[in-house]
Design a protein around this ligand. Structure first.
Ligand SMILES: [Zn+2]
Length: 348
């Protein structure tokens, strides 16, 4: 790997903006943060100056607290001009959470991908008071630890609608290959997959900015998970395909603005790292599967650290993504254990 100083990853800002404040990272581009009540305790959001108003990128979880921070931002750093558009990079609740509020209460136009909109709107309407049998089957087939499963079943299921403000009908679609104007710049739109289906990224034609959402992050690897909606999905293949497709677009001087952690330069190196990390994980996993194991028994080779209770759910869906990938590539076979868990074993 080239170790010339100009090709290293750099973080131009050591500290993120405090809640309710903004950092102007380029002319007319504000970086702000909202809190999340999880181990990953924040999400980055951005506002781009369109002259007579703002375009906001991503919106945080729906909560009174988050909207109070938004109001502080609107009255403070964004003062004097309305939020006319809100862009959601992908459907996850920490990004889509308040778009409905921006639409309904502030009259903003929602701009997102068709898949992101369909997923978010479908999931907000799909309220479950008790655990769907398909979800429990999925957890069992992943080999979820019985005590974790029992604890979950004793609680009300997670509902997307708890985290996402009601979404009114209507949005404006962006798609692969579009050129989208915001913040006085033209942006090439490139779609990513794997972390979320049809995840939008924006590559400025006029300067060095790239808005990456959660497709590319600086110091954490985007979560790649399989869910009960599509138990045989292979999002890792989708994600690697995206990395290989986006890597040639990356330049060392690009300033990548992600959904979490700090903005950084040195994007080509980061693309290489993300790809290599997953190939490394797949190699370790294949070694580990010399004897049959459930997805839940694959945390050690994948994450190389102890997984705490707060991370168990994300770790499990990511482990399934990795075993599914090896299943689809034909490197492992799978058999059912008596308790319903799929066990994966290396061929030959
Ligand atoms: Zn996400």
């Amino acid at each position: 790997m080239d170790r010339a100083p100009g090709l290293a990853m750099r973080y131009p800002w050591d500290e993120p903006p405090k809640h309710g404040t903004a950092i102007e990272i380029a002319e007319g581009v504000l970086w702000m943060r909202l809190p999340l009540p999880m181990k990953l305790d924040h999400v980055n959001v951005y506002a781009l100056d369109d002259g007579d108003g703002w375009t906001v990128i991503d919106t945080g979880f729906s909560s009174k607290k988050t909207r109070a921070i938004w109001q502080t931002l609107i009255d403070g750093p964004l003062a004097g001009k309305p939020v006319r558009r809100v862009v959601a990079t992908h459907h996850h609740p920490d990004h889509m959470g308040n778009v409905g509020w921006f639409q309904s209460e502030l009259g903003a136009e929602l701009v997102t991908t068709r898949t992101a909109w369909l997923f978010a709107r479908m999931l907000t309407l799909d309220v479950q008071e008790t655990w769907p049998e398909e979800t429990l089957d999925y957890y069992r087939s992943a080999g979820m630890a019985p005590e974790v499963l029992a604890k979950r079943m004793a609680e009300r299921p997670f509902n997307f609608a708890d985290m996402v403000y009601p979404m009114p009908l209507g949005f404006t679609r962006i798609k692969q290959g579009d050129v989208f104007r915001m913040g006085g710049r033209d942006w090439d739109v490139h779609m990513g997959n794997g972390h979320a289906p049809e995840h939008a990224t924006f590559w400025s034609r006029d300067d060095n900015l790239v808005i990456t959402g959660d497709q590319i992050l600086s110091s954490i690897s985007p979560n790649i998970g399989v869910y009960a909606t599509e138990p045989l999905a292979d999002p890792l293949a989708d994600w690697l395909e995206t990395c290989e497709r986006l890597a040639p677009l990356a330049r060392p001087e690009h300033l990548a603005l992600g959904g979490h952690k700090l903005p950084f330069t040195g994007l080509p190196i980061r693309m290489r790292q993300l790809i290599d990390n997953h190939h490394g994980a797949l190699t370790r996993l294949l070694d580990h599967l010399d004897t049959p194991k459930a997805a839940s028994e694959c945390f050690a080779p994948l994450f190389k650290r102890t997984i705490g209770e707060g991370e168990y759910g994300l770790a499990l869906v990511e482990a399934v993504a990795h075993v599914n990938h090896l299943y689809h590539t034909g490197d492992v076979i799978r058999t059912r254990r008596e308790d319903g868990a799929w066990l994966y074993q290396r061929k030959g």
